[in-house]
Design a protein. Structure first.
Length: 291
């Protein structure tokens, strides 16, 4: 089963095994929580083989000078969309095949037990959905869905893959490196002849149902998450440095409400100076130890 599978540590920063004292502290924190609000980030999915952006030494920013696509550039530039979709097309088979790890399954189990009140993930990889989590908000959307910027029509990303294949029957490209969010590295030369379909209903621009860098999360979604936080009695951050404000704002709100906050992340976070508890361990190694 997934829960017994060995974690993929290729993109996980080095860290010490969980300290028994820290395990006890997190156990006490979780035991005292009745309505736990959990926020997850890329660090929960690295053990499923998906790289992150910011991990010291091995995150995308540490390994390369490449940066993710910007929202304004994607909307404005046909060549930017061609580049994005060509790379995404090559990366999709591998990215969509990633499976949840033990950390995802533990959070699903906490939900079933009534311990976890609401889960907010900053990830766009669908791993919490694959694990079976239901009381959940995908803060930045999900790459498994695509929508039209013009008419709003929605399709599955797997369906779009078939359109790509039909439009590009002889196009092939060997990727040289993998990035977060289903992206791979290709040269401009490789991308040049890749054909991108328009919306099958109106011919409009197709975009993954994710919040690109430079874009904002809808006010409706932000308000909904604030409501779930208001119903909670504690907050656990797992696998996130919280450098992105769209997620950090909820930690600030939790601090304002004087909720106890536990942070489980390898490396420093923006919450370290006000969290009740900070643990430097792998999510998939520490969370399963909590009863």
């Amino acid at each position: 089963s997934i829960s017994r599978a060995s974690p993929n540590l290729t993109f996980v920063p080095a860290c010490l095994p969980p300290d028994p004292v820290e395990v006890e502290e997190l156990q006490r924190f979780v035991s005292n929580s009745k309505r736990l609000f959990v926020m997850t980030g890329a660090g929960i999915s690295t053990e499923s083989g998906i790289p992150d952006y910011r991990s010291e030494g091995i995150g995308l920013y540490a390994r390369t000078d490449r940066r993710p696509v910007q929202h304004a550039e994607f909307v404005r530039s046909a060549s930017a969309r061609q580049r994005y979709w060509a790379r995404n097309f090559v990366g999709w088979p591998q990215f969509s095949s990633h499976q949840p790890n033990r950390a995802h399954l533990v959070l699903r189990d906490w939900e079933k037990l009534g311990k976890l009140h609401w889960l907010v993930t900053q990830n766009v990889d669908a791993l919490h959905t694959k694990a079976g989590s239901q009381r959940m908000t995908e803060l930045h959307g999900c790459t498994h869905r695509v929508f039209c910027l013009d008419c709003g029509d929605r399709i599955l990303r797997s369906e779009l893959q078939e359109h790509f294949e039909a439009l590009n029957p002889t196009w092939k490209a060997e990727a040289f490196g993998v990035a977060p969010d289903g992206d791979v590295f290709l040269t401009d030369e490789q991308v040049r002849n890749f054909q991108v379909p328009g919306c099958h209903k109106c011919g409009g621009i197709l975009k993954p149902d994710v919040t690109f860098f430079g874009d904002t999360v809808s006010q409706e979604k932000v308000s909904f998450v604030h409501q779930r936080l208001a119903e909670s009695d504690s907050m656990l951050v797992a696998g996130s440095s919280m450098q992105v404000y769209s997620g950090y704002r909820f930690a600030l709100a939790a601090r304002e409400k004087k909720l106890p906050i536990a942070v489980l992340n390898i490396g420093p976070t923006r919450l370290d100076h006000f969290a009740s508890l900070k643990l430097n361990s792998r999510c998939g190694e520490l969370l399963p130890l909590i009863v």
